[in-house]
Design a protein around this ligand. Structure first.
Ligand code: ARG
Length: 459
């Protein structure tokens, strides 16, 4: 029966499998609101330009309202044989209002229709993800505020490097998620042009007003080239790449949470709401949500790769290949939705074990660089030589099985005779972080600066 839309020249019905591979209604019914909004803007414009009568316009607008009501209530009879959301809506409109329904599609094609619906959907999704990224930033900033002075080990190669503060570490993620947020916003600006009125590919001979429909749908302008309007999907690729980059950041934080929540690190404890138990090992508090954030990044990257591959090599203008773009894009946005929300939940409800962090920060000779810097500053050694002397001091502590600060002055002087008691002031982790006062550094005063700056920016 779907043929009622295009079957004029066909004698036989499509094969069942043909119908199955062709139908997209299970996926694109999510664009019902956008489809109706696009149709309303279109028919209003048609009436304003005298292409349909005002009576037909009113009948169509009333019918579209009835259709969207049915869809919202969940009692719309979606039909696979009608392929997609566009034909489902139009067929139902015809059942409800009869003949005028057939005039809605004047000067329009499903090609510009689907491009319009899809842009509207992605535009909304980009806005929401930008808001969610901001919510996560706020949660991280709140935690950073509590922990601007909490000392933890900073790592490179996941080997103890230099002490940093936990607040500083969290603010690093705030920077990353702020760029993700702005990527969503930038993508939105570039994609916010209207394909509606491009018709099948060449434009139309009807005296339509593309400016009017663009404005009605809150697009900045009509797209300038009708072939581009129905062929372009780079907006979806760009949106899903922004999702992928954000997912990559989330996955790095998720990995850190998995490590921090382990019994060996014990830096954070996820709240009960964000932990799961084991059916066999009663002691377990598993960070499943963090692991799933880490894992879902895979499907988001997968969607990006699939989308790029579907589009490569497509000649202008529309090809049915493009029907696959929605499922991939929805999948990426849905996964990111869950990931952002879960991360915000975990971060805002975890408990931080400051003592475990501090103890870990003191291990692994984390203040070795401070000793080397001290030798440069106080004794005038060239940095390379200071590095060497410090290396020998670390070796001594390692052989004794103690930390740098536990070495006696005699022991320190056995490596560098000119050392005095004053050296101990640089060997503590607090002294180390307090000394990192360069712009953007980990000194608590600098971290507070970052926090205030972001609080102001987000006001
Ligand atoms: N369901 C189709 C899609 O998502 C709509 C456009 C169909 N256009 C066409 N010429 N068959 O791409």
């Amino acid at each position: 029966q779907g043929q009622e839309m295009w079957g004029g020249r066909f004698a036989a019905k499509p094969d069942q499998i043909m119908e199955a591979i062709n139908a997209s209604i299970d996926v694109d019914q999510r664009m019902a609101e956008e489809d109706i909004a696009g149709s309303k803007a279109h028919v209003r414009m048609l009436a304003d330009r005298g292409i349909v009568t005002e009576a037909d316009r009113d009948a169509i607008l009333g019918g579209l309202d009835a259709v969207i009501e049915e869809i919202r209530k969940g009692d719309f009879p979606f039909r696979k044989d009608l392929e997609d959301i566009h034909m489902n809506v139009e067929a139902r409109l015809k059942e409800l209002i009869g003949e005028p329904a057939g005039r809605l599609h004047t000067g329009r094609s499903r090609n510009d229709q689907v491009a319009t619906d899809f842009r509207l959907w992605v535009r909304e999704a980009l806005k929401t993800r930008a808001d969610q990224a901001e919510a996560l930033m706020r949660a991280l900033i709140d935690q950073a505020d509590l922990h601007a002075e909490t000392v933890m080990p900073g790592f490179t190669h996941l080997q103890t490097a230099q002490p940093v503060t936990f607040g500083h570490h969290l603010m690093a993620y705030v920077e990353m998620f702020s760029r993700d947020k702005s990527r969503f916003q930038d993508a939105l600006v570039r994609m916010n042009e209207s394909p509606l009125g491009a018709a099948a590919l060449a434009g139309t001979g009807f005296p339509i007003d593309r400016e009017q429909t663009a404005e009605a749908l809150d697009f900045f302008a009509p797209m300038a080239n009708s072939l581009d309007a129905v062929s372009a999907r780079d907006f979806a690729v760009e949106a899903v790449s922004a999702c992928s980059i954000c997912a990559m950041h989330l996955s790095r934080l998720a990995e850190e949470i998995v490590i921090w929540a382990s019994a060996q690190f014990h830096f954070v404890r996820l709240s009960d709401a964000w932990s799961t138990g084991s059916s066999i090992m009663p002691q377990k508090r598993n960070p499943d949500a963090a692991e799933l954030v880490r894992a879902k990044t895979g499907r988001i990257y997968g969607a990006l790769q699939a989308l790029l591959t579907v589009l490569k090599g497509l000649p202008l203008a529309y090809s049915k290949d493009m029907q696959e773009d929605k499922e991939l894009t929805f999948l990426a946005f849905d996964a990111l939705d869950l990931c952002l929300a879960s991360m915000t939940g975990m971060v805002s409800s975890w408990t931080v074990d400051k003592d475990a962090m501090r103890a870990a920060a003191a291990h692994g000779f984390s203040t070795a660089t401070d000793l080397a810097d001290y030798l440069v500053r106080e004794l005038g050694l060239p940095f390379r030589e200071a590095h060497h002397v410090t290396g020998a001091t670390v070796k001594l502590a390692e052989d004794k099985g103690c930390d740098l600060a536990d070495l006696s002055l005699e022991e320190l002087q056995s490596v560098e005779p000119r050392l005095t008691d004053a050296v101990y002031s640089v060997l503590t982790v607090e002294a180390s972080v307090n000394s990192r006062t360069s712009y953007g550094g980990t000194a608590p005063a600098r971290v507070r600066e970052q926090i205030s700056r972001w609080k102001e920016l987000l006001e």
